[in-house]
Design a protein around this ligand. Structure first.
Ligand SMILES: C[S@@+](CC[C@H](N)C(=O)[O-])C[C@H]1O[C@@H](n2cnc3c(N)ncnc32)[C@H](O)[C@@H]1O
Length: 379
């Protein structure tokens, strides 16, 4: 019989719907979307598949239990009642983190200590260990999150955050998180046979994520996950998921993806990152001033994360560049243009209202994703 588990794909603020879409596309239909997370029921196979395939989620967590606790006793007993021995072996290492919001038990360090103590007691009892737990084996990161006195207990199946794809060998001052870059691409209507440009490519995150999407390459293909080491998940689950990823990758899909940047050093870094991602010459990189953009194609996509001009002294220069960019891009009415920036005057500076705007956070910076839909091309 296949075991059903509850998984939580965590999402950056504003990206929950994008993550939920990805979860559904993987075939898990019954999805609940909450602030910062997407919750769904699935089998063990989903732990491997979701870690390998989710492009925009931060982590995949396994729900161990939920209960109410207003006192430390209730917290202790609630944690102890969970079947920890089914997850954590005798030598398992299990660091505990916590958070508390709008709850009676507000001291996170105290909650963490109690959770740890309750699990230690349960494991010693169940594994028949009299003294010390060695904690020398695989890692099982536990989180106990309190929200309005409800405790949600999870195990982090991912390990390093899913944005760590394993291809970033170099970066600039303000690299975009890979998960956000993938979301920027997914929020467009780009089809893989259409031209795709990033005119401010920096370390190349957006074009690299577009190329991975374009060839249907699983973003987690080049890395490992915490749950690969876990005894209660059969290793065949991972073999099967990797095989599936290999089968579904479409390495023959031709792509027209271009990344350019004013800074030649960044172009070099982007090229190195793409190489590390296994994309070799799939993305075409070039040193170029964004306002020198030129194309004879009848339509295409520009998806970029330009400088925001937030540092004192930079603002005027960046705003002049936005104005110039607006003049250039006006010559491409059939192109769709997507710009992520924190500059609130962006539409006025480029001289055009966006077809759509979406609020997103780039790290902790509040930004808008300005979306200009290209005019339909009559064929
Ligand atoms: C916010 S960073 C982009 C980061 C990138 N998305 C990444 O993940 O690394 C902005 C980039 O725009 C480049 N840039 C600044 N002014 C430019 C211009 N006028 N034309 C082209 N690139 C420019 C900078 O060199 C920098 O690499």
């Amino acid at each position: 019989m296949t075991k059903t588990v509850t998984l939580i794909a965590t999402a950056a603020m504003g990206l929950e719907a994008v993550v939920a879409n990805e979860v559904r596309q993987l075939g898990y239909e019954d999805v609940t979307v909450e602030n910062g997370k997407v919750i769904f029921e699935a089998d063990h196979q989903a732990i491997a598949r979701c870690n390998l395939w989710l492009r925009t989620a931060d982590r995949v967590k396994l729900l161990i239990g939920e209960f109410e606790a207003k006192t430390y006793d209730e917290l202790f007993e609630g944690i102890k009642a969970l079947p920890w021995e089914q997850y954590i072996p005798e030598d398992g290492k299990f660091p505990v983190t916590g958070k508390s919001h709008k709850s009676t038990l507000y001291s996170v360090p105290d909650c963490q200590a109690i959770v740890k103590k309750a699990i230690v007691e349960k494991l010693k009892q169940k594994h028949g260990i009299a003294n010390w737990l060695e904690e020398s084996g695989a890692e099982y990161k536990i989180e106990a999150a309190l929200l309005k006195d409800k405790v949600t207990v999870t195990l982090d199946t991912s390990g390093a955050g899913l944005h760590k794809r394993g291809y970033r060998v170099g970066q600039g001052d303000a690299p975009l998180k890979e998960t956000l870059a993938a979301a920027l691409v997914q929020l467009t209507n780009w089809r893989v046979d259409e031209p795709f440009y990033d005119l401010f490519c920096g370390s190349g995150t957006i074009p690299i994520e577009a190329a991975l999407i374009g060839q249907n390459i699983a973003p987690g293909f080049n890395r490992s996950f915490a749950a690969e080491e876990w005894e209660f998940i059969h290793s065949a689950v991972w073999d099967k998921a990797l095989e599936e990823a290999e089968d579904l990758a479409n390495y023959d899909q031709p792509l027209a993806i271009y990344g350019s940047d004013l800074n030649p050093k960044m172009v070099e870094i982007a090229r190195d990152n793409a190489m590390e991602a296994g994309l070799a010459d799939l993305v075409q990189w070039k040193q170029m001033q964004a306002t020198d953009f030129h194309s004879n194609e009848i339509g295409g996509y520009i998806v970029s994360n330009p400088p925001y001009g937030e540092r004192i002294g930079d603002k005027k220069e960046v705003e002049e560049m936005y104005q110039k960019l607006g003049e250039v891009l006006r010559n491409y009415p059939t192109w769709s243009i997507y710009i992520l920036t924190a500059n609130e005057n962006f539409e006025a500076l480029v001289g055009q209202k966006a077809s759509k705007k979406r609020k997103l956070f780039n790290a902790f910076i509040k930004t808008d994703y300005y979306q200009y839909f290209g005019k339909k091309i009559k064929k």
